[in-house]
Each structure stands twice: as C-alpha cells, then as structure tokens.
Write a protein that binds this ligand. Structure first.
Ligand SMILES: O=C(O)[C@H](O)COP(=O)(O)O
Ligand SMILES: [Mn+2]
Ligand SMILES: [Mn+2]
Length: 556
C-alpha cells in the first residue's frame, strides 16, 4: 500500500508530457566565474552548452538560508541540497538543528544523562569520535567543544577524542590547526577537574581513508577506523601532531583527507585511549551518510560481517542525532531529528506516478534517502524502482569519468521501458572529482557527464518527454582557494592553491521540453532556489503543486 499523500490535482494550464520527466542532478556543478579555475566552463561540453542556449534556463540558489543553513557564507552540501530538492520547502538543517538544541539545552535531554551515568557507575571513559572541522557539513568544532566542556562539568575523568582530519569541507592541509585547538581545550578542561583527569586526542586519520565511508562503498575504510579508535592498533605515535607531521613528510603534498590512520600510545607503547568494556562513545558528526557504518560496527551483535572486528567492547553508544530513520541507527542519540514530511516522492507515490531513481554508489543515498527526507524505504514499492551502480573504489581523480556512462545506460533503459513517468538521477563527477583538488580531472569529469547527457537527451526527445538539469551545490566550477576579495591564492611555488571544498555559487536550472508545451520562467522569483524545484517538477508532470511547497519557477 502506498504511504503517500494522494492530494495532487491535475494542472489545468500545463498538461502532462507524452514522455517522462527526467531530472539529472549534477552534483557539485555550480555557476562559476567562467575563468581558468572553472572546470565546468573549461571542459568541452557541447550538449550542456546547447541546452543552456536553446531551452529554458536560469540559475537558482543552493547555499545558506536557501537550503536551511545558518548564514549566507555557508556553502551548500549534498544532504541539505537533496533534502531541500525533495521537500520542496526549506527546513532547519544540519549544524543549525544542533546549534538550536545547544541553545535551548535540548541536547542534554536525550542520551546525555545515560552517558554520564554509565561513565560514573563503571568508572570508565568517554570517547568522542568525529570530524575535526568547521565546514559544518558533517560536524562542527563548536559542537565538540561544547561536549568536552559539559563532560568536564559532569566530572568525567577520562575523555578521549578520536579526531578525523578533513581537508574536504575546509581548506586542505589545515588539519593541525584543528588538532591544536582541541588539544588546548582538552588540557584546560582536564586541569580544571579536582583530583586530576585525562583528556587527550587518542587516535585519528584522514576522513577518506579512516572511518567515514558512505553507502557501503568501501568497508575497509571503517575497518581502519575501528583499528585506530577502538582497538588502538593503527600505526603508533606519541601525539597527534607528531603523527600528522611524520605522515606528511612521508608523502609530501598529501591531502588531509588521505592521511593514514594513527593511534596515540603512551611510554609503555600501549594505546592511551582504546575503547574498553563499560566505556561510552559519542559519534559527534551530525550528518548520517558517513556516520552510519561505524555506528553499525559499534552496536551490531555477532551477526556483523562487514569486516572482522576482533575485540568488540561492550559500550554505551550514542550518535549526535539519528543517522537512518528506517533502521533506527543509532538507537541512542543526543538530538532527535525533525522528520521531513510530505516530500515530492510521497506526493507522487500517492498520485500513482511511477518513479525511478538511480545513481552510482557514492550518491545513491542522495537521490533516495536524502531526497526522501532521510528515509531509505520506498513510499510505494509497486511504483518505485531504485537502481544503484557500484562506484569504483579509487581516488576519483584517477577515474574522473566515474560511472557516467553506466548511469546513462541505466537511465536510458528506464526511459525505454516506458514504465516511469518521473526519472531522477545523480551524476557525482563534478563533486567527487572536485573534492580531489585536481583541476584536469574535474574537467574530464565534466566532459564525461556531458557525453552521458547527450545520450539521455536524445532518448528524452524521442519519447517527447522533458529533461530537467540542475545541481545540489557548487564545487567543480570554482577549483581555487580565493582571498576575501575573490582573488585566486597561490602556494609557495606560484601554482594555484587548489580548492577541495564546495562553493556558495548558484547552480543552473535547465528545462528542455520536447512535447511542445508552452510555459515560461516566472520573473518574480529572483531568489528562487532548490526549494522551488519540487513544485516545478510537479507542474511539469501535469499536476498542481501542493500549497505548502515553495512556488514553482514556471508559469503558463
Ligand atoms: O561527504 C563529503 O564528501 C563532503 O563532506 C560533502 O560532500 P557532499 O555534501 O557533496 O556529499
Ligand atoms: Mn553534492
Ligand atoms: Mn561534496
């Protein structure tokens, strides 16, 4: 039985097209300066260029307040972007939700009191695992700092931070600064505890090789994190700063995200903060995609078979928030999420509109789980199909074409089947290759995506459907770190300081209709953004958009 809301009325002005409405989300493809650091502009993209020139085209906003983030300077990201695309409305998101729970004190109403009770009763340690970053995408330094202060106030005597290095949502090669900040706070907090306390960084590693895998793309990443944080058997160092400087010397130019995992050991060569029976563990990341797998490893029983965990400590585990609503992962959390109700998928399922969603592994959950308001189950299994194409397990600058061709194959098969009225897919190249900081690779990523779009476009045209192309946030269109005036910055040898993070740029919206329907862009929505896309899609499918949605960007 569909769980959908079935109140979509037919649109009297814009009829449904003969063929499907096909939405392509080009992950991390914004509207840039079209200069030599804009991989989207530098790439040879004849199909995208022709679509921009010959169909309905405008740019829309995908950052900060337009996707529910605190300020204009917050770059967008995939979670909030796909949540907003699917919800058709703007909700408080990510960091902002946790910030509010800290302000109101609600953060201490959930699992926190059980954590404190456990640590006192068992005379055990509290472990804080997560990303050391102020990118505000997966985690926030402020949240970690608040937890450390609160632990000290609660008189907890042993606190160990297992800190992952970012270099992906913040400028690269800045990892040390975050470690220095946290070590200083840990030392101050410990010094203030009467009778002495042990507050230290106990392990770490670059986030793309340690712990933060997503969508089960490569469990070995989580296994390495398990060894570093839980077992304490990663490569030993006497401090996190020594670890980072040594590992950097061994691989000059290494990105923070790729720094191998490490464990801090004491003079006896034993790990200072391995996870033991009776301990409490908080994963302080708030975003789910890259937090689910370690959470599973930390809480699953003997049936767990994604890697061999060896010793499995008996612990109290809590996440910062709920990471997966369908599997209730994790069972304990500090902040309860606000569900996103009445997404576009739910409305379409309720109206009986057949839907297909697909992407390669790296973004599969984005077009399903995030798109559906953090829900991985379908609304109506009878009318929805999800297809995942396995991603390569390599740094993506080495395979920048990713699975663009295979994704196009799957979309074309879905169109040809005639079974689906709404098809949505994600092409990750602009984002995943943009994050590597390799400009040449990002150009190739865009060219391979353009080739894929060309093939899809022909099929949409042949079936008299509508092709809609947008993105979720920027990345590949601005590949250089800029100063406050927007000028590119250089490294010591005069080469550009390549940027690995997202941008705050607007993103494109292209609507190419091949059924000769008449509609125009509205001119009264200059601040239109991702939240306006769902209503636009519903109108393009031939229905009236729900009243609670942000308005459609088109009019008859
Ligand atoms: O998880 C990541 O890869 C980055 O932190 C954010 O990228 P995404 O929001 O595009 O997934
Ligand atoms: Mn993205
Ligand atoms: Mn990204």
């Amino acid at each position: 039985m569909p769980t959908g809301n079935s109140s979509l009325a037919p649109n009297s002005a814009i009829p449904a097209p003969a063929g499907p409405v096909v939405l392509l989300v080009l992950d991390g493809v914004g509207e840039g300066k079209r200069d030599e650091f804009d991989a989207v502009a530098v790439a040879r993209t004849p199909t995208l260029d022709a679509l921009r020139a010959n169909s309905v085209f405008r740019s829309i906003l995908a950052h900060g307040p337009y996707v529910g983030l605190p300020s204009e300077s917050d770059m967008g990201n995939s979670e909030v972007g796909h949540n907003t695309l699917g919800a058709g409305r703007i909700f408080d998101q990510g960091a902002k939700r946790i910030d509010k729970a800290i302000e109101s004190g609600a953060i201490w109403d959930g699992a926190w009191s059980e954590i404190v009770a456990q640590v006192h009763q068992r005379d055990s340690a509290l472990h804080l695992i997560g990303l050391l970053s102020d990118g505000n995408v997966h985690s926030s330094m402020v949240h970690l700092q608040v937890l450390i202060s609160k632990a000290a106030q609660a008189g907890i005597r042993r606190v160990y931070v297992h800190g992952l290095l970012d270099g992906r949502d913040v400028p690269d090669r800045t990892g040390e600064q975050y470690v220095i900040t946290i070590e200083k706070q840990l030392a101050e907090a410990a010094a203030a505890i009467v009778g002495g306390a042990d507050y230290r960084v106990a392990s770490g590693g670059g986030r793309m090789v340690t712990t933060m895998d997503r969508y089960e793309a490569d469990w070995r990443i989580v296994e390495r994190g398990w060894q570093a944080h839980v077992l304490g058997t990663a490569r030993p160092f006497t401090s996190a700063l020594t670890a980072i400087s040594t590992l950097r010397e061994e691989t000059p130019g290494i990105s923070d995200q790729l720094i191998p995992p490490f464990t801090i050991v004491g003079p006896d060569d034993l790990p200072i903060g391995a996870v033991r029976d009776g301990d409490a563990v908080i994963f302080f990341n708030f975003r789910g995609d890259r937090a689910i797998e370690l959470s599973q490893a930390l809480t699953a029983g003997p049936e767990f078979d994604s890697f061999n965990r060896g010793r499995v400590p008996e612990i109290y585990f809590a996440g910062m928030t709920l990471y997966d609503g369908d599997t209730n992962t994790p069972a304990h959390r500090l902040v309860e999420p606000e569900p996103v109700p009445d997404t576009i998928s739910e409305y379409l399922a309720g109206a009986g509109v057949t839907q297909w969603a697909g992407a390669e592994t790296q973004k599969f959950g984005h077009v399903t789980y995030f798109w559906n308001g953090n829900r991985s189950e379908k609304f109506d299994a009878a009318t929805e199909t999800y297809v995942e194409i396995p991603s390569d397990q390599v740094p993506f600058n080495e395979r920048p074409w990713m699975k663009s061709a295979e994704t196009a194959d799957a979309i074309i098969a879905a169109i040809r089947s005639g079974d689906y009225r709404f098809i949505r897919a994600n092409f990750p190249g602009g984002d995943m290759v943009g994050h590597t900081g390799s400009f040449e690779s990002a150009v190739i990523a865009m060219e391979s995506i353009d080739l894929a779009i060309g093939r899809i476009q022909q099929e949409v045209e042949r079936t008299r459907g509508t092709l809609v192309i947008t993105a979720d946030h920027g990345n590949a269109e601005d590949m250089v770190e800029r100063d406050k005036q927007g000028q590119p910055t250089l490294v010591a040898d005069g080469s550009p300081r390549w940027k690995t993070a997202h941008s705050t740029n607007p993103i494109p919206l292209i609507i190419a209709d091949y059924d000769n329907r008449v509609f125009h862009l509205r001119d009264d929505l200059p601040k239109g953004g991702l939240a306006n896309v769902a209503a636009t899609l519903i109108e393009l499918l031939g229905y009236e958009a729900p009243k609670e949605f942000e308005p459609s960007l088109i009019t008859e």
